[in-house]
Ligand binder design. Structure first.
Ligand code: SF4
Length: 173
């Protein structure tokens, strides 16, 4: 039915408006910044922790989309990504007649191979590969040295325990 969505939306607005006089949870707005709603435990972070390329557990976003209707190609995400995982593509003809879903790029659309990166930015890609390989080798060497030090400490003979000193009796006055 034409306008059904609008009627439903207005009904929900009316329920919240009149309901807020009797139920505090129907008050959907607060006087921010004087009043603040408590943050949900999982707010602004994902619970999905997975090991990164050196095995360190990292939080990953539950969903990774780029909405090109708002992305201004500023490259800040490229600059700040600590894992060298985001790079600008050379593809720029992204216009479409579907201004909503057609401008959403899902992770599956965005994920490209390292070979693709080498094909569009060969010099930068080689530098990044070299840097990541050096970091990985450093992390592996450190992990190996730590494991060896731990094994050495475990194998070392334990010092003989000193005899426990008997409590000194208090002098009677
Ligand atoms: S930070 Fe990245 S995703 Fe956000 S606007 Fe800039 S280029 Fe687009």
């Amino acid at each position: 039915m034409l306008g059904e969505g609008i009627i439903k939306g207005m009904g929900e607005t009316a329920r919240n408006f009149f309901g807020s006089y009797v139920k505090e949870e129907r008050l959907t707005t607060v006087q921010y910044p004087e009043e603040r709603l408590p943050q949900k435990e999982a707010a602004r972070k994902s619970k999905d922790r997975k090991p990164d390329y050196i095995g360190k557990p990292q939080f990953y976003p539950a969903v990774f989309d780029i909405d090109t209707s708002v992305c201004m190609s500023c490259q800040i995400c490229v600059e700040v990504c600590p894992f060298e995982a985001i790079k600008m593509d050379t593809e720029f003809e992204l216009s479409t007649t579907d201004r909503f879903d057609g401008l959403q790029f899902r992770k599956s659309d965005l994920a490209k191979s390292n070979d693709y990166y080498h094909s569009i930015h060969p010099t930068e890609a080689s530098d990044v590969d070299g840097r990541l390989a050096a970091e990985k080798a450093k992390a592996e060497a450190k992990a190996k040295a730590d494991a060896e030090a731990k094994a050495k400490a475990a194998a070392a003979p334990k010092p003989a325990s000193s005899p426990t000193s008997a409590p000194v009796p208090a002098l009677a006055k």
